[in-house]
Structure formats: C-alpha cells, structure tokens
Ligand binder design. Sequence first.
Ligand code: FES
Length: 75
Amino acid sequence: CPRARPDQKKAAVNPNIKKNVEKVVDMFDLEDIGDKVAFCRCWRSKNFPYCDGSHTPYNRESGDNVGPVCLSRKK
Ligand code: FES
C-alpha cells in the first residue's frame, strides 16, 4: 500500500510502483534496447517502466494528457 511521508504536501504521482524504495530508478544499456521502445510516464502501466497503454483509460478517467516517451533507433 502507498506510504505517505510525514512531510508530504501534494498528491503522489506514483500510485503503487515499487513503493518500498526511496526512489524509482530504472537503468538500461542502450545496446539492450531494440529498434524502438516506449517508456511509461503515467505510472499506471502493469509492465512499468514500459508503456502498456494504461495511459489511455487513465487520461479518460482523470482528464490528464500523459503519454509515453518513445525512443527509436535511426535507420
Ligand atoms: Fe503509462 Fe503508457 S502506460 S504512458
């Protein structure tokens, strides 16, 4: 379950991903990323840190406009 810090003043962006760690950081070697990849920025993906399309229902329900950051390799 999400933990609130005593000094927390604003709503958390991250609702439930790795709430047991101080900071969520994901590292990748560029060589291991294929020709393209989409990383989640809505924090709702079931396959975080990758986008799984969960931003669409989240945006519909919240009125937000978030989407993934997409990387592609030049050809
Ligand atoms: Fe989070 Fe797509 S699922 S940006």
